[in-house]
Write a protein that binds this ligand. Structure first.
Ligand code: CDT
Length: 321
């Protein structure tokens, strides 16, 4: 064990900027204005980093299937920043507040990703992260009350999980379903992550198994608190919640400490800002003791983790929804 606990405080005041629904007819400009208002509210509270939800600029469009995917292209961003999103970058620069933002990305080579960017306090883009664990289904399933066709609209990233030097610390990113997978956190834990930002859209109705519905908030906290503690990192999970186009979605945005304790959590399911002072030195209490990965991990005993995808019961990779 390294045995070295926290040194001089390295505090970053982080805000979670939860959003209520974005309806299909909402104009992008108006949604960006909402994001700017949230950023200003966070700045007034002294925040240096504001975390926005997944697919924050649009409604959660994978709930509809369109036979011609190009019909959905208007939901995607071809550039970032763009004319439409420029006001958010300007507000960030003006207030000296950085942010993370989720959006649908259409690359110049025609690839579609569920993407999140990290932007520093001077308005420069530090990093892109593209969602690795893409949930839902790839085809039209007309018997569902609503679709979750993320696997139709987005290809899974093959770039893995980065960790970036920013905000005087080591910042990682994940998007929504990624937060349910321990591999996500460990990949970043092995790169000395200190704070993970995550946007999400989680419908409160899980069609393949309704018995999970009443547990949505519990499962949300369970996975993020575990991931934080087991890797000695802060985790900030931020929802687009409330009833969007008839589909109710989980709120429960929260800021979690390396101890696994919840430092702040939203009360409602609309636009709401939470803040917490995150002393990144706190990570050392876990990363240099109980979870000193260099000292205690046994990769030679974990051969299945990278040699196989699952237990092999669905070798065709058939979707479960
Ligand atoms: N957006 C997203 O990844 N949502 C998923 C829903 C899974 S149900 C198909 C989530 O894990 O919250």
């Amino acid at each position: 064990m390294k045995g070295e606990l926290r040194g001089a405080p390295r505090v970053v005041r982080v805000a979670g900027a939860q959003m209520g629904p974005v309806q299909r007819t909402d104009q992008r400009d108006d949604t960006v204005a909402r994001l700017c208002a949230l950023l200003h509210r966070a700045a007034d509270l002294g925040a240096e980093l504001v975390v926005f939800p997944e697919l924050a600029l649009t409604t959660f469009f994978p709930r509809w299937f369109v036979a011609d995917i190009a019909e959905a292209d208007h939901y995607f961003e071809r550039e970032m920043p763009s004319t439409t999103t420029a006001p958010l970058f300007a507000a960030a620069r003006q207030r000296g507040v950085g942010f993370s933002l989720g959006y649908a990305e259409l690359t110049s080579t025609g690839r579609r990703f569920n993407t999140q960017i990290l932007v520093e306090r001077n308005g420069t883009v530090v990093a892109h992260y593209r969602k690795v664990h893409v949930p839902g289904h790839a085809g039209h399933e007309p018997n569902r009350p609503f679709q979750h066709a993320e696997r139709y609209y987005f290809e899974p990233s093959d770039e893995g999980f980065g960790v970036w030097d920013a905000f005087n610390g080591r910042i990682g990113m994940m998007i929504c379903n990624d937060r349910r997978w321990p591999e996500t956190y460990r990949e970043m834990g092995l790169a000395k992550v200190e704070l993970i930002v995550c946007g999400y859209n989680t419908p409160l109705q899980y069609i393949p198994d309704p018995s999970q519905d009443p547990l949505a908030d519990f499962h949300n906290s369970l996975v993020m608190q575990s991931g934080a503690y087991q890797n000695g990192t802060f985790v900030v999970g931020v929802a687009k919640g409330g009833e969007e186009e008839g589909v109710d979605s989980l709120a429960g945005s929260q800021i979690i400490a390396p101890s696994g304790e919840v430092l702040a959590k939203t009360l409602g399911n609309g636009d709401e800002v939470i803040v917490a002072d995150c002393d990144l030195e706190w990570c050392k209490n876990y990363q240099n003791t109980l979870f000193d990965l260099d000292y205690y991990r046994r990769p030679e005993a974990y051969h299945r983790l990278t040699s196989q995808r699952g237990p092999g019961t669905h070798p065709d990779g058939s979707p479960r929804g």
